[in-house]
Design a protein around this ligand. Structure first.
Ligand SMILES: [Zn+2]
Length: 69
């Protein structure tokens, strides 16, 4: 399936710097402060949350090809 080819990619835009989807306009917006007792733990939590949100987003809902706004 076409939608399964999406990848997590580093996104650099004037208004956003972070992780996003290669196939649509979805980007990861971390909410709240990072949790964890060490930098490594915070990093790990961040990656887990990012990966989970990436897997659960629907590309069709973040389409770049058509904008209705
Ligand atoms: Zn996507």
């Amino acid at each position: 399936m076409e939608a399964m080819r999406r990848k997590l990619v580093w996104v650099e835009r004037p208004a956003f710097l972070g992780w996003g989807c290669s196939e649509c306009a979805w980007v990861f917006n971390p909410t709240g402060p990072p949790t964890g007792e060490s930098l490594a733990e915070m990093q790990s939590h961040f990656e887990q949350k990012r990966d989970r949100e990436f897997r659960s987003h629907v590309c069709a809902e973040h389409s770049t090809t058509r904008s209705k706004t």
